[in-house]
Design a protein around this ligand. Structure first.
Ligand code: 5GP
Length: 201
């Protein structure tokens, strides 16, 4: 069986990444890694589904045991990617999506250079602020911190392989699928296919 592809999907908070992922994950060839975080759960979030919500002490233990592929601090909380499920799912042929911020993303790129790096852009920073206010899950102070973080994250977008603007959801999801399709046709992944065609000449 072919191994799956590791995909990093980064987007500033409020870019509509969650809704995009819901659509993408309808395709069972994708698996989204569940991160561990020290952030408190939002009202609608479920432990083990959205995140593993753990204490700072538990997080430190996870790092000490080499249990994370990467981790980073974001707006005062720790977030990390549990290593084991990622490796297992890749072995099972799934395309594994890491929905992570830019610092962690850059670490993954260094550790595993064949990772497909995709950045989701909001149509504008003003629109991002509007979406965060509309979501209403954070205080005004946290929203401003997230908008500031977003502005600095967007500057790093050029280090990714692809950018997608999430203005209209359906278009953004189709753009994502187009990238995956084009990537799957790259010659570096077509060794077996080429051999097969030659064999039957
Ligand atoms: P939120 O608090 O809005 O759920 O997430 C805040 C930021 O942390 C988002 O940019 C999200 O992509 C990022 N994030 C979530 N999980 C991880 C992780 O495991 N590692 C890193 N580096 N960032 C993460």
């Amino acid at each position: 069986m072919n191994k799956g592809r590791l995909i990093v999907l980064s987007a500033p908070s409020g870019c509509g990444k969650g809704t995009m992922l819901e659509q993408i994950l309808k395709d069972e060839s994708f698996f989204c890694s569940i991160s561990a975080t020290t952030r408190a759960p939002r009202e609608n979030e479920i432990d083990g589904k959205n995140y593993y919500f753990i204490s700072r002490e538990e997080f430190r233990k996870l790092i000490a045991e080499n249990g994370v592929l990467e981790y980073a601090e974001y707006c005062g909380n720790y977030y990390g990617t549990p290593l084991k499920p990622v490796n297992e799912m890749l072995e099972n042929g799934k395309n594994v999506i890491l929905e992570i911020e830019v610092k962690g993303a850059m670490k993954v790129k260094k550790l595993r250079p064949d990772t497909l790096m995709i950045f989701i852009l909001p149509p504008s920073v003003a629109e991002l602020r509007r979406r965060l206010n509309k979501r209403g899950t954070e205080s005004a102070e946290v929203i401003e911190a997230r908008v500031a973080e977003a502005a600095s994250e967007i500057k790093i977008a050029s280090q990714y392989d692809y950018v997608i603007v999430n203005d209209a959801l359906e278009v953004a999801v189709n753009d994502f699928k187009a990238i995956i399709k084009a990537e799957s046709m790259k010659t570096e992944f077509a060794g077996e296919l080429i051999d097969e065609v030659i064999k039957n000449a």
